[in-house]
Design a protein around this ligand. Structure first.
Ligand code: AMP
Length: 135
């Protein structure tokens, strides 16, 4: 059975999309630790990040860097934190978290409740910035 992230990538489940390439997809985390919390995912459905081939692993990080640059241009934050856990969804993903306080980097911290309209606005703003920075 396809992972929930594959279903998102294929458009079967909605997402607040930030960016897409031939091989990668970025979208807002539905239960964010901070506003703008984004997941960067390879389209190839592989559970564990260190099972990716070297090229895909490298390209995932370069894609994540581009998304992080768009996020930091749009979301007031100390910096963009990077987290990989992957125990909830068995499809490799890099968390990008625009944190104000280090405690927001703890996956066990309280998740924010962000209004869907605000999620949409954040996604549109960051997506526009990503496109400007990566024409
Ligand atoms: P983990 O596997 O522990 O790295 O966490 C999986 C992350 O995926 C969690 O932060 C969830 O909030 C997030 N998540 C799960 N389902 C969705 C979804 N449909 N859209 C966006 N994010 C999701």
């Amino acid at each position: 059975m396809s992972s929930i992230f594959t279903k998102i990538i294929q458009g079967e489940i909605p997402s607040y999309k930030i960016a897409e390439t031939n091989d990668f997809y970025a979208f807002l985390d539905i239960n964010p630790l901070a506003k703008g919390h984004t997941l960067c995912v390879p389209k190839q459905e592989i559970d564990y990040i260190f099972d990716l081939d070297d090229s895909t692993l490298m390209e995932l990080h370069l894609f994540s860097k581009k998304v992080a640059k768009a996020l930091e241009a749009c979301i007031p934050c100390k910096r963009i934190g990077v987290l990989v856990i992957g125990t909830e969804v068995p499809h490799t993903h890099v968390h990008l978290i625009p944190f104000q306080q280090e405690v927001q980097m703890a996956i066990t911290s309280l998740k924010l409740k962000v209004d869907p309209e605000e999620m949409k606005t954040i996604a549109q703003k960051v997506s526009k910035k990503y496109q400007e920075q990566n024409p």
